[in-house]
Design a binder for this molecule. Structure first.
Ligand SMILES: C[S@@+](CC[C@H](N)C(=O)[O-])C[C@H]1O[C@@H](n2cnc3c(N)ncnc32)[C@H](O)[C@@H]1O
Length: 234
């Protein structure tokens, strides 16, 4: 399993602050969860990253799970009372059940293969109470994937400048980004590259994985940022 964010974990929040609205997304997750599972109290955030959603889900007895120890270090500093687990989403067993399991911001794509997509959804489903709710925000489907798309993000704070660029590539059903970072702080300017590979799965492939895990799923094609959202009940 590749840990892709290790190098950029300390600057993750600065890079994504302009792309995601975590307070609004957490409020929408809460609304969805309480609508489908009234009174839900326990929640597991899979691929929780730096804990940016969990920070705004403070009314839940919440736990987080991520593969990357550097991302978890940021999350633990942000939320010292929350329990975090370092594990692969396709193979974990916490020995607990939750009212809600969520996996946001396309993290599911990092499983790369359909076999591991099934393993991940099955692991998530096993951690749900009967009647519990699973919310998964997917990565892009193969039909909308834009090969050779040029992406860039810039951060311009007084003591932190970041330029991150990439040209997206596609190899079969894998999307690949080599993120080239230029990072400027008072200590100097660093340059590094991070390779990210995410599987491109169709809506039917996702729905099959939910069905195979014993879940009934609905697909909202829009979701928080146009990539869609799956909501499934055990
Ligand atoms: C785009 S970030 C999303 C983080 C967070 N959910 C958010 O919304 O900001 C993707 C996360 O998936 C994690 N990840 C990648 N592969 C994983 C795996 N196999 N198991 C668990 N986490 C994984 C990465 O370490 C990273 O924290």
């Amino acid at each position: 399993m590749r840990r892709v964010f290790s190098r950029s974990a300390p600057i993750y929040d600065a890079v994504y602050a302009s792309l995601r609205d975590y307070p609004r997304e957490a409020a929408e997750l809460d609304r969805l969860i309480q609508e489908r599972r009234p009174g839900a109290r326990t929640l597991l955030d899979i691929a929780c990253g730096t804990g940016a959603h969990l920070e705004h889900l403070a009314d839940y007895q919440a736990q987080g799970l991520d593969l990357d120890p550097e991302m978890l270090a940021v999350a633990r500093e942000r939320l010292p009372k929350v329990v975090f687990h370092e594990a692969d989403m396709a193979a974990f067993d916490l020995g607990e059940h939750f009212d809600a399991v969520v996996c946001m911001f396309s993290s599911i794509g990092y499983v790369r293969t359909e076999e591991r997509l099934h393993a991940a959804v099955a692991s998530m489903a096993r951690h749900l109470e009967t009647g519990g709710i699973l919310v998964v925000e997917p990565w892009l489907t193969p039909d909308v994937w834009l090969d050779r798309h040029v992406g860039a993000v810039f951060v311009d704070e007084p003591e932190l400048k970041i330029a991150r660029m990439n040209v997206a590539e596609r190899a079969g059903n894998l999307s690949r980004f080599d993120f080239e970072y230029l990072l400027g702080t008072p200590d100097g300017i660093e340059r590094f590259t991070e390779r990210h590979e995410l599987g491109l799965f169709t809506v039917d492939q996702h729905l099959d994985a939910f069905r195979a895990a014993g879940l009934e799923a609905e697909h909202d094609p829009e979701g928080p940022m146009g990539r869609g959202l799956y909501v499934a009940i055990r």
